[in-house]
Structures are given as C-alpha cells and as structure tokens.
Write a protein that binds this ligand. Structure first.
Ligand code: TYM
Length: 336
C-alpha cells in the first residue's frame, strides 16, 4: 500500500519561533518516514498583511533552510515555495467562487488580524483560508500537521471539500480528497513568555514574548530571565490558575524529552531561580544543532536553490494533475 500524503507550511514572515517548531515542524520531522510529505514555504500567504519586499526572498530562504536544519529529510519529503507553483493561486480562485462570504467572515484569525489592522484589511487576508485550502487539496493530502490555531481553517477546508464534491462530483467519484488535521496535544499551543494566556506569535510587537529558533544563547537567557512568572511556591502544571508556569514547564518537558509526570516530580520543589537557568540551558542546547546546520546551509545557496528547484518540479507534477481534475469537473474547455 502506498504511503499517506502529508502537506503543511509556514509563512516566511520573519523568524520561526518555538511555537512554530513545537506546534508544527518538530511533528513533521518525527513522523516523516511514515508518510509522503510536502512542506511548502507559504510566501503568498505572507503578503496578506503589509510586508517588506526587500526581505521576502531572504525570509523565504531562511524558512526553507530551517526546514532542513530542523531535520526534514529529502528522502521522505519535498520542500518547495508556494509561489513557485502557479496552481496554488489558480485553485484558490476556483475555490473562491464556491466559498460563501460568511464562512470567511467568521474565521477567528481573520477577525483578530483585521482588528489589529483597522482600515487597511485586504481582501487577501479574508481569503487566506481559501488559499490554505488550495494548498492542501492540490496534493490530495490525507493529513495536515499544524498547531491548534489552524483548526478552524482546516474545518473550513473540509467544508469546502464537501461542498465542491456535492456540486461537481458524485458519491462514488469525489473530485477533492478529504484531509484530516493532525494536531498533537503537547506543544500545539505554545504561549507567550510575557503573557501565559496569549499564544506565542510572530506578530507580537514585544520581542521578549517569543524565543526564535535563531536566537543567540544570550538572547535566550535574557528572554527567559525576564519572562512572566507567578509568586506561588513550587512549580506545577496548572493551565487554569498558573498559565505561565504551565507553559514554561511544558516547554521544558518537550525540549528535555521528559514526560510531564517526570517534570512534575523534578520541579515540584523548585523556585524560579532554580528553574529558569535549567530551562535556559535546555533551550540553548536543543537549538544548538539546528542553528549549526542552518548556518552551514545558508553558506551554500546553490544547494538550497537546487532543493527548491527539485521541490518545485515534484510539487508541480502533483498539483497540476489535481488542478486539471478540478477544472474538468467545473466544465472548462480544454484544447490539446
Ligand atoms: P504560520 O506561519 O502562522 O504558522 C506555522 C505553524 O506554526 C503553528 N503555530 C503554533 N503552534 C503552537 N503554538 C504556537 N504559539 C504557534 N504559532 C504558530 C501553526 O499552527 C502552523 O502549523 N496558515 C498557516 C500556514 C499555511 C498552512 C497551509 C498550514 C498555509 N497553507 C496548508 C498547513 C497547510 C500558518 O498558520 O502559518
């Protein structure tokens, strides 16, 4: 039997943080040998909010290099750039025409981001989930590994599959494949270092709120030293009353590769003065090999270019077939 297909992606908006790594990429790496994987750098999504043209290309390289540095293995996985495969924009347009406007208006991320931008909200931001659906559906993905915040977008993708197949396919001949979200419990929602009730995010203006994968040891030490804690004696997992403590212990448990039960026992009598240096050391050590590999890769642009070129070809060959299937179902004229 052939392997199930996975598709996922990250936006090239600045640096990756621990939330992106623990919520998404680490899980891609762990499961990659069991699946046929497509990982894209979603640069079309990156311009749905105001962006800097001077840094977009470099940021795209950075994310592709970080995929490899985190352990994505080309033996099992294809890495490519979303804008290099035109089918993404085209399928997004076709899906737009069957997506009810009110499905998009109720998306939580749209509402949150739109609130931050006031008057400047683009049609692209509203349309973000349709483009994401196109990303997934072009590859007939069985599973989509993401963090908790993407759950609603995946539900929309699933609703679009039902709607499209109902209108243009038949029960025994669905046109689009139904994908399943793959959301791991641990790390699915890494919280901000400065507010344990908010998720860690690239768009938070406070740099101290997140640890980036490329932060230096000094930056990591500073951020953990200044992160929000609570005055309660002893440390415990308690997401209701101690959100910061719960988040920091969770980070420690994942990065140290220890179970929650082990960490609960180890840290129950610790004060913050004892715990923070331990978390700092563990974080620095976990990121060290990723950073070393990243710098090695960035020193050889021709290798990275060849990875992305091959990725583009492989992705195109799959995506174009799905696009043709969809266009046929919609009744488009074809000439040979
Ligand atoms: P992006 O770049 O915002 O996030 C990339 C991945 O990181 C996860 N994530 C988190 N996980 C845990 N804790 C956090 N604090 C945290 N912050 C972010 C996100 O859930 C995501 O998995 N819309 C997608 C990009 C995308 C995509 C796709 C994903 C575009 N097309 C197709 C899957 C399939 C996004 O959120 O990117």
């Amino acid at each position: 039997m052939s392997k199930q297909r996975i598709l996922s992606g990250v936006q090239p908006t600045g640096n990756l943080h621990l939330g992106n790594y623990l919520g998404a990429i680490r899980n891609w790496v762990e499961a990659q040998s069991e699946y046929d994987n497509f990982f894209c750098v979603v640069d079309l999504h990156a311009i749905t909010v105001p962006h800097n043209p001077a840094t977009l290309a470099q940021d795209t390289y950075t994310i592709a290099a970080l995929y490899l540095a985190c352990g994505i293995d080309l033996q099992y996985s294809t890495i490519f750039v979303q804008s290099h495969v035109c089918a993404h924009s085209e399928l997004a347009w076709l899906l737009n025409c069957i997506t009810p406007l009110n499905w998009l208006e109720r998306m939580i991320q749209f509402k949150e981001k739109a609130l931050k931008q006031g008057e400047n909200v683009s049609v692209g931001l509203l349309d973000y989930p349709v483009l994401m659906a196109a990303d997934i559906l072009l590859y007939d993905a069985d599973k989509v590994p993401v963090g908790e915040d993407q759950k609603q977008h995946l539900e929309l993708t699933r609703d679009l599959v039902i709607r499209f197949n109902d209108k243009f396919g038949s029960k025994d001949k669905p046109i689009l494949k139904m994908p399943e979200p793959l959301i791991r419990k641990e790390g699915a929602r890494v919280m901000s270092l400065t507010d344990g009730t908010n998720k860690m995010s690239k768009s938070d203006p406070n740099e101290l709120s997140r640890i980036n994968l490329l932060d230096t040891p000094d930056q990591i030490a500073k951020k953990i030293k200044r992160c929000k804690t609570d005055p309660i004696k002893g440390l415990s997992f308690d997401d209701k009353d101690r959100p910061e403590c719960n988040n920091l212990l969770t980070l420690y448990s994942i990065l140290a590769g220890k179970s929650k039960a082990e960490v609960a026992v180890e840290c129950q009598k610790f004060g913050w003065g004892q715990f923070k240096p331990l978390l700092t050391e563990t974080t620095i050590e976990s990121l060290k090999p990723i950073q070393a590999k990243y710098h090695e890769l960035m020193a050889d642009p021709s290798y990275l270019n060849s990875v992305l070129k091959q990725g583009q070809e492989k992705a195109e060959s799959v995506a174009n077939q799905t696009l043709s299937r969809v266009k046929n179902a919609l009744g488009y004229l074809t000439i040979n």
